[in-house]
Design a protein around this ligand. Structure first.
Ligand code: DGL
Length: 265
């Protein structure tokens, strides 16, 4: 079973930031990536609908692609569908979300005030608020929805006039005043990490989920004796709606053309 793939999914290209962190830490693992571009943005959909999409994708990754583990590389889906998926696949396949490893990072940190920016869906789920209340009750933090960012990134507005206007509009909100760390609680946001850091003159620490999720996955795979010893083929990249724009965004992300396959679930 250790030679089987790791399934990773998101609404679009955002989860590639997590997939990349996993590939860097675990280069022997084969990845099946699923970008649900047909239903992007998840952040504006109801929890019920996201749960439905996430269940179908997870089922596909486990039952058809025979994945040995599934990473929900999306904060919104982690917030509203993780508990459901965990119950469904309990004892069969490890399901990893992107929120718990970030909470662990915060709990062990010494930041004075942490900003958390995310989609509306993630903010409205209260998952960060509830977990921090439980695990780090004295931590000063603020959670803010930045709903335009994921679609802006998916549309390729990165490091240009439009992106810097939208980024500064959000980050200048008084709620975020005085933060010394900012959680990029949407897996799309690392794609604009350089712009965000520039906005803060590199004085605010950006906390990204990719590396901590990759570490968590490594621990789980090692414990279950599921770590692969070598990777024989290229990773698979699947989308639910293959558009020219998605191809362009993926090409920009990888710096080269990759082969994308469309699968309708
Ligand atoms: N990348 C996703 C997240 O982490 C979702 C963005 C979206 O589709 O709205 O929340």
């Amino acid at each position: 079973m250790s030679s089987q793939s790791i399934g990773i999914f998101d609404s679009g290209i955002g989860g590639l930031t997590v997939a990349n962190a996993i590939s860097s830490l675990l280069p022997n693992e084969h990845i099946v990536y699923f970008g649900d571009s047909e239903h992007m943005p998840y952040g504006e959909k109801s929890p019920e609908l996201i749960q439905e999409f996430a269940t179908k994708i997870t089922q596909y990754l486990i039952e058809e692609k025979k994945c040995k583990a599934v990473v929900i590389a999306c904060n919104t889906a982690s917030a509203v569908a993780y508990n459901h998926l965990k119950l469904l696949y309990e004892g069969q396949v490890p399901i990893i979300n992107v929120i718990d490893p970030m909470i662990e990072l915060i709990v062990g940190s010494l930041y004075k005030k942490i900003g958390i920016i995310a989609t509306r869906g993630t903010v409205d789920s209260n998952v960060y608020q509830d977990k921090l209340q439980r695990r780090a009750p004295s931590q000063d933090y603020t959670v803010m929805a930045t709903p335009l960012l994921a679609s802006m990134i998916e549309e390729n507005f990165i490091h240009d006039e439009i992106s810097s206007t939208i980024i500064s509009k959000y980050l200048s909100d008084s709620k975020l005043a005085g933060i010394d760390a900012l959680v990029l609680a949407c897996t799309h946001y690392p794609l604009i990490a350089a712009d965000i850091s520039e906005y803060y003159h590199h004085k605010v620490k950006l906390l990204l989920s990719g590396p901590v999720v990759a570490e968590k996955l490594k621990v789980i795979l090692a414990k279950e004796e599921l770590l692969s010893q070598n990777r024989e083929k290229e990773n698979d990249y699947i989308v639910s709606d293959l558009t020219k724009n998605f191809e362009k965004s993926a090409e920009k992300f990888f710096g080269t053309k990759i082969s994308l396959k469309e699968v309708k679930l």
